[in-house]
Structures are given as structure tokens and as C-alpha cells.
Design a protein around this ligand. Sequence first.
Ligand SMILES: Cc1ncc(COP(=O)(O)O)c(C=O)c1O
Length: 384
Amino acid sequence: MSAEIRDLTDAEARAALVCKWGEVPDDVLPAWVAEMDYAVAEPIIEAVQRAVAIGMTGYPRPADSPGLGTAYAGWADRRFGHAVDAGRVLATADVTAGVRLALDVAAPSGGLVFPVPGYSPQLAMAEITGRRRHDLVVDPDAERAELDLDQLAHHFENGARVLLLTQPHNPWGRVFTRAELEGVRDVVLRHGGFVVSDEIHAPLVLDGREHVPYLSVEGTADHTVAVVAASKGFNIAGLKCAQLVTGSRRLHTALAEAPMARNDSWSTIGVEASIAAYTHGDAWLDALLVRLAAQRDLLGSLLAEHLPLARMRPVEATYLAWLDLRAYGHDDPAAVALERQRVKLAAGHDYQPGLDGHVRLNFATSPARLTAILERLAAAVTSP
Ligand SMILES: Cc1ncc(COP(=O)(O)O)c(C=O)c1O
């Protein structure tokens, strides 16, 4: 079955995406928060409409109810060749809540290693879980963004116990290879560490690359909680359903037996939508990946034409481009772009405090809008 990616009109996007479009004035082009300007996949719309029509608006089933686990296990098998035990999948409200829960009830105490630049709200994750944050910094001048294993080992030797791994990475755009992940595993095992693996972007791997779930790397089951979701790949973050996946009985039990007040907010409709995505979403997702790769390539040409001094890290996954605009001389190019040309990007320093001259640009929109975004960005930053 083939599927089509339908671009939302401005009016549709403004009505549908109440954060990305609704929170900016009408004359601002939004390319900031990670949501896509595309219509939701048909199987998900049908599942949600069916659920609402029969009044499925009460509390959800328990976290370990089999429907969601079976759907995710089927998906992980088809998309990643990863054998997941459906009984070791638990519902949680969203990836943010899942990461917090894993840190609170499954991970050992001790410092938290956080690769930066990193997903901005997670910069606060160490503090709110009572840990010290150890930044694992990628050099902004490095050709390729890589996890520096010596830095990781250094942090583990200096009080860190847990790595918050994001893979594929936002905003690096990297898909880590099995060999890279085995390197991480070796350092973690050597230091008795733990990994919370945020794999929310796993569906969004481009160009036929392979997403390697960290739990599929041998020897990781006893030190890992993976947090996954259909939300980013299918644009359904507002429906509130993510999943915690473990490979060990001990970790599963620690999460499953957490008091309800720690983990109770996933939504009934979100579960239905996630099951639909995992069961019937392949054709739509395949079409999406073709579209996103084309958008990324268009972005590359537009940068070459309008902002030749910009550096874009290769985007191997996600629809978020990390742009180094330091050559244009503005500390905060996102602020300049908003003020001068009414285009809203995410500021680089939100992902790495103190880092100037970078922006994150969301290219999951129409070719025409992406062209306008780039033209406006260039008009804004190319004058002093
Ligand atoms: C790496 C990463 N983790 C987590 C989230 C947030 O996920 P959720 O809305 O499920 O909390 C995002 C959102 O873009 C993200 O990029």
C-alpha cells in the first residue's frame, strides 16, 4: 500500500499545530519546535476517530497491557530487526516523562552524562532528578559529530554513573553505527555505568540507514532503559503515549512497580494512535522519509545559494538541521532572523548554553515554505 504526504496549508497548519504555528504571530514563518507541517497518517486518523466515536475517553489500560507491547514489538522487528519481548514494554506519558521515570526508579544514583548540544529541555534532567550534569561536548568545529569515548570515560571516573544517550541524535542529526554503540557499551561496562537511551527519532532515519536500538547491542540488557515513541515520526506528540523498553526482568519490575503517582498520565487515545502507527504506519512513514530526504537536499542547495558560509552537519536522521552561522558574525542568529525577517528558528544556545552563532532549523514543511525560510534567514543574517 502506498501513502502520500500531504502538505498542510498555512490555515490548516495554524489550526492544527497550536504550538509551532499557534504560538507565533501570523506574519512569522515557523521552523522551530519539532513538528511537521504534514497531515497526519490516515490509519492514525481512523483509529482516533473510531476511539472518540465510541466514547473511548476514559482512563487507559494499565502500562503493561499487551496491545501496545505487541504492536511495538512487531514494529521493532520489521523496522530495526530487533527482537523485543512484548511483555517488557510499558506505557508512559511521553519521552520526557519516561526518561525522568527511568532516572528516578531504575538508574543508579550518581552524575548524568549529557551529550551537548542536546535536546534543550533535557539540559534540566540532571538537576530535577537530583544529579550533577556532566556535559559530553561535541567540538563545534569537528567535521562529524561523534560521541567522544575518552570524555565519556573521564566523566564516569569523576562521579557520573548514567549516560542519557539520544539516538538518532537531535540536534546532531547523527545515526550512531553499531560499532560506535559497541564503543559506548564497552566504556559503560568498564565503569559499571547505566544508559537511558532516548530513541524518539528512531523512525526518522534517512537514506536507508540502519537505526541500531541500543538494547540490540550485545551486553546492554542489564544496564539500559530505552524510551521510544511513535510521536515524533508520526506527528502525534500531543496524544501523549511513549514506551519504556527493557531487556531485563529487574529493570522492568523497577519501572512497572513505580508508584502510580510517578507514572500515570499516558492517554487512552494516544495508545490507540500508537498501536495504529506501529501496525499500519509503514507505508506513510516510508513516503515521509523520501520527502524528508528531498527537503534536506533542497535545504543543502538553498544554503549553497543563499548562505554559502553556513555549515550544515550531515543530516542522517530527523528533520532538524544544525546550522553553524558563525561566519556571519551574529551571536544569536535566531533572534536576528525573527526580528528582521519574521522567521522563527530554534536558538543554538538553548541546546548548548554559551554556544554562539548556531541555529536549529526544522525543514519538515513544503518546498515553497522551506525556500521562503532560507531566503528570509539569509536576508536577516547576511547584513551586520
Ligand atoms: C531527543 C528528544 N527527546 C525527547 C523529546 C520530547 O519528547 P516528548 O514530547 O515525548 O516528551 C524530543 C522532542 O523533540 C526530542 O527531540
